[in-house]
Structure formats: structure tokens, C-alpha cells
Design a protein around this ligand. Structure first.
Ligand code: SF4
Length: 72
């Protein structure tokens, strides 16, 4: 059974520190010239939940949110 989590990134908070990229480089990226990080995908599998929670926890700007269940 899939139990995906959706990820959101608040571009008004993100200061492009890139810490999230070091935690989950397959979800977050900081493209050259971009003022904020971007999402490479907006859902993660249940088995990636801990990594995503870690990324949200270490983000200095608290720009990362995760939501259970499918996106509305
Ligand atoms: S850790 Fe937070 S502030 Fe830094 S790039 Fe990622 S989302 Fe942006």
C-alpha cells in the first residue's frame, strides 16, 4: 500500500541555504541563479519519511512542510 507524503516548500521563507539538498538531493535542488530551493518532486514515499522530517527539521528558515496523504 502506498502512503505517500506531499512536500511543500515556502519560497517566501527559503533563503537557499541548501541544507535540505544535502539531506535529500533527489527531492530538493538549488539551481544556479535561483533565489530559493526548488522541489524536484512533491511527493515522497513512506519509507523516505524520516529523511524528509530531517530536512524539515534542519531547515533554518522552516520553509519545508510535509503533509500526510494525497495532495488536495
Ligand atoms: S534548507 Fe530551507 S532555507 Fe535552505 S534551501 Fe532548503 S528550504 Fe531553503
Amino acid at each position: 500500500m502506498s502512503d505517500n507524503l506531499s512536500v511543500s516548500l515556502d519560497g517566501t521563507r527559503c533563503k537557499s541555504y541548501g541544507i535540505c539538498v544535502s539531506v535529500m538531493p533527489d527531492v530538493f535542488d538549488t539551481p544556479p541563479g535561483s533565489p530559493t530551493a526548488v522541489l524536484l518532486r512533491d511527493t515522497v514515499d513512506a519509507d523516505e519519511r524520516e529523511d524528509l522530517e530531517e530536512a524539515a527539521r534542519v531547515c533554518p528558515a522552516q520553509a519545508i512542510a510535509l503533509n500526510s496523504g494525497p495532495r488536495p
